[in-house]
Design a protein around this ligand. Structure first.
Ligand SMILES: CC(C)(COP(=O)(O)OP(=O)(O)OC[C@H]1O[C@@H](n2cnc3c(N)ncnc32)[C@H](O)[C@@H]1OP(=O)(O)O)[C@@H](O)C(=O)NCCC(=O)NCCSC(=O)CC(=O)O
Length: 434
């Protein structure tokens, strides 16, 4: 049973869409101009959010948006986006590892807001010619935290099956999910979410141990959906005019922190050294005895005593900042998440694999290092997992052609320079003189 409980990350690959799908400032301006429902206050709102979003000029959009068809996406558009991802990242992880699709025993796929029949997991099985006895699971509707739900599911199945090779496929569908209305909490999604995806091979087969990049030490899931405000923090819904989109509430960063502390309460005893836990207990008791009059500086519990690298979901600047403050991290610790947001945007559940890839490309990950992955998602959930790095890692992956440019000299994007004039114009309406 102990052998089956092992879970090795053999390798992973992140999707890099083709260059012609990049969302430049001009291209974003053209999409905004096309939406005739928007007025001057909406332009100002969009400008403010895009400028402060932490997103650069190299993120990717689906082809239908590029072609000006964001209001009338077809089923084919959604499938085309997924196929481009499969052909790049899924094929990529097979090529990197030399594992054949016919060696795969288990497929776990998560894509939140596109759930065709046959399922996308079945599409992967068919596209790569997998065996007839492959087990395929398809998760949807689970938001940005689903990547670790997939890892958990693969791990749970592996507990019952020795020598299993699992393919975990993680993405989000952007093509049919562009929001065309004027509800601010839903317009936010257009500014943050971008195309991306990742595929990872996990196994409990000890024969692969020496080739594995990391070994999973523990995985903890917290779900605070029983609280109404947390449940309503990220919702796929229609606005007052019946236009579909994802509503992100202003309370989302607060829900993230709440779910995070639930998660950490269970995670900390499993990953932190006894000395740090003892220090924290003493501090807690002292505070209780002094009836909370004692004031302590710094983080309540020091996660750096058990974690070398923090692989955080780049949900948005406010989400990264809330986690940074909560854990008492510095800018070096959150650099991988911040740079991922800048280069790729929020690619939902696959984001954390880009963050991990950044760490690897920067040669931060050395044998024996401990990596904490933390993701947040609708529900509201916080899932985390704790890995031990098996060897020094240096694969630049999807960052290969740009890793030396990060961190950039300035994180300021050119939106203010090009569209700052919307703040100078008076009035509520009017055309967008792009
Ligand atoms: C959107 C931001 C980049 C904006 O940054 P700013 O520094 O400009 O912050 P700010 O608070 O002043 O916000 C600017 C303006 O946007 C408005 N604003 C902010 N958040 C809003 C929201 N959710 N709905 C409606 N309006 C909103 C503010 O009121 C303000 O308007 P005014 O100027 O009129 O007062 C940041 O707030 C941010 O990162 N928010 C979190 C984004 C988020 O929810 N990410 C999670 C994605 S979901 C995810 O990853 C997981 C999942 O759910 O599955």
């Amino acid at each position: 049973r102990r052998r089956r409980a092992r879970c090795y990350l053999l390798d992973f690959a992140c999707h890099k869409p083709s260059d012609d799908r990049k969302v430049t400032t001009e291209m974003a301006g053209a999409v905004i101009e096309r939406n005739k429902r928007l007025g001057m206050p909406d332009y100002r709102f969009l400008l403010k959010v895009i400028v402060n979003s932490g997103i650069g000029e190299h993120t990717y959009c689906p082809r239908n948006v590029l072609d000006g068809r964001e209001e009338c996406a077809t089923h084919y558009d959604a499938l085309e986006e997924m196929d481009a991802f499969f052909d790049d990242a899924v094929r990529g992880v097979f090529e990197k590892t030399g594992v054949s699709p016919r060696d795969v025993d288990l497929v776990v796929l998560n894509v939140g807001s596109f759930s065709p029949a046959p399922s996308l997991a079945a599409r992967v099985v068919a596209r790569f010619g997998m065996r007839e006895d492959v087990q395929a699971y398809n998760l949807s509707g689970m938001g940005c935290s689903a990547g670790l739900v997939s890892v958990d599911l693969a791990r749970q199945v592996m507990l019952t099956r020795p020598r299993t090779m699992a393919l975990v496929v993680t993405s989000e569908s952007c093509a049919p999910n562009w929001y065309n209305g004027t509800d601010k909490s839903m317009m936010l999604g257009n500014c943050l979410f971008r195309c991306g995806g990742a595929a990872a091979l996990l196994t409990n087969d000890p024969a692969y141990r020496s080739r594995a990049k990391m070994e999973l030490r523990c995985l903890v899931r917290a779900h605070i959906g029983a609280h109404d405000d947390a449940h309503a923090a990220a919702v796929h819904c229609e606005d007052a005019d019946g236009r579909l989109g994802v509503s992100l509430s202003k309370a989302l960063p607060k829900a993230a922190v709440r779910a995070f502390s639930e998660n950490l309460q269970r995670l900390a005893p499993r990953i932190l050294p006894a000395a740090e836990l003892a220090r924290f207990t003493v501090r807690l008791l002292a505070r209780k005895l002094m009836r909370r009059k004692l004031k302590f500086e710094g983080p309540k519990i020091n996660f750096k005593t058990g974690v070398d690298h923090f692989c955080l979901h780049p949900g948005g600047t406010a989400v990264i900042e809330a986690v940074r403050k909560n854990l008492g991290l510095n800018s070096y610790d959150v650099e991988p998440a911040t740079m991922t947001l800048h280069r790729w945007g929020n690619t939902s559940a696959s984001s954390l694999w880009y963050v991990l890839s950044y760490m690897e490309a920067k040669r931060r990950l050395k044998a024996g290092d401990r990596v904490l992955m933390v993701t947040f998602g609708s529900g509201f959930k916080c899932n985390s997992c704790y890995w031990e790095v098996s060897k020094d890692l240096d694969d630049a992956g999807a960052w290969e052609d740009c890793i030396d440019d990060y961190p950039p000299e300035t994180m300021v994007n050119p939106y203010t320079e090009k569209f700052g004039w919307v703040n100078d114009l008076q009035g509520q309406g009017g055309a967008f003189p792009f």
